[in-house]
Design a protein around this ligand. Structure first.
Ligand code: OOG
Ligand code: MG
Length: 262
C-alpha cells in the first residue's frame, strides 16, 4: 500500500459520486502515480462499503479483460475483478436510461451461478464446473467513469472495473450440457449482428475466468459464496449504445436475452 486511508476514502467517494451523478473524470493514477494493486482493490472495497452502508446487497462478482478482444480494445494485458450489487441488476427486456450513465457499452458474457462455494488458491476449471449450478447468457453494461474510457489497470480496478448494469436471462443450462468453449455467441444491435465469438475467447474456457476470480479472492482471504452470480467477462469487444438501441445476445443452446436503451 502506498496511499493513506483518507486518500483511499476520498478516491472511493470521488469515483462513486461520478458513477451516481453520471460524470466523467480523468483517471486517478494521473494524480496518484505511486498507487499500487492493493491500493486499487482497497478503493474498490471502499466503494462497496459505501454502497453496503446504504443497504446495497452483493449479488456476485465480475471478471473483466478476460478475452484478447477486450485486452486489445482497452490496451491492457491482465484480467481484473469487480463486485456486482443489486443496484446494477436489471430485468430481462428492461429499458435502461442513458441519462443515468456516461458512455455505456454492452458486452456479451456467459454468467455462472454457483451451488457450492469456491475457494482459491488452487481453484481450476474442474472445480468451477463441479461447483456450478447453471450457466446462462448475460449482457453487461459497462460505463467507465474515466473520460473517453481511457484508463490503466489500477484506475479501472479502483472504479470497480466499469461495472454499471447487467441482465441475465435466456435458458439456464447445466454446465455439462454445453460445450462452453465452442458455443457460438452473437450480439445483435437493432437486429444486426455487431459482434461474434465463441466461449473459448474467454481465457480458453469461461470457467477459467471464474477459477481466476476464486484464486484472486483467495489471495485476499475471501471465497466466492454458494449462490453467487459471476460474469466471466466479455467474449468480444464492447459495443457502444445510445438511446433508441435494442440489444439482444444469443448464445448457442442457451437462448437469448435483451435490453433496450432510452
Ligand atoms: C473494463 C471492464 C471490462 C469485461 O468483461 O472485459 C469488462 C472496461 O473495459 O471498461 O467488464
Ligand atoms: Mg464485462
Amino acid at each position: 500500500m502506498t496511499l493513506d486511508q483518507p486518500t483511499l476514502e476520498r478516491l472511493a467517494e470521488h469515483l462513486e459520486t461520478c458513477q451516481l451523478q453520471a460524470q466523467d473524470t480523468p483517471k486517478i493514477t494521473d494524480d496518484h502515480p505511486e498507487m499500487d494493486w492493493e491500493d486499487a482493490y482497497a478503493v474498490q472495497d471502499l466503494i462497496l462499503a459505501r454502497k453496503r452502508a446504504r443497504g446495497a446487497r452483493i449479488v456476485g462478482y465480475k471478471c473483466g479483460l478476460t478475452s484478447h478482444a477486450k485486452m486489445k480494445q482497452m490496451g491492457v494485458e491482465e484480467p481484473v475483478f469487480g463486485f456486482l450489487v443489486d443496484e446494477y441488476a436489471v430485468s430481462e427486456g428492461a429499458s435502461i436510461r442513458c441519462d443515468a450513465l456516461i458512455h455505456p457499452k454492452v458486452e456479451p458474457e456467459i454468467a455462472f451461478v454457483l451451488k457450492h462455494e469456491l475457494a482459491g488458491p488452487g481453484c481450476h476449471v474442474g472445480a468451477v464446473l463441479a461447483a456450478t449450478d447453471f450457466v446462462l447468457p448475460g449482457i453487461e453494461v459497462i460505463d467507465s467513469r474515466y473520460r473517453d474510457f481511457k484508463f490503466d489497470l489500477k484506475s479501472v480496478i479502483a472504479d470497480n472495473t466499469s461495472a454499471a448494469r447487467f441482465v441475465v436471462g435466456g435458458q439456464a443450462c447445466a454446465p455439462q450440457a454445453i460445450d462452453l468453449r465452442t458455443c457460438g455467441v452473437v450480439l445483435e444491435k437493432n437486429g444486426l449482428p455487431v459482434a461474434l465469438g465463441a466461449g473459448a475467447a474467454v481465457l480458453g474456457h469461461p470457467a477459467a475466468a471464474v477459477a481466476a476470480l476464486a484464486n484472486h479472492l483467495g489471495r485476499r482471504g475471501q471465497k466466492i459464496p454458494a449462490g453467487a452470480l459471476i460474469l466471466s467477462g466479455g467474449v468480444t469487444e464492447a459495443v457502444a449504445v445510445a438511446p433508441g438501441d435494442h440489444v439482444c445476445l444469443r448464445i448457442q443452446d442457451m437462448g437469448h436475452v435483451s435490453l433496450r436503451f432510452v
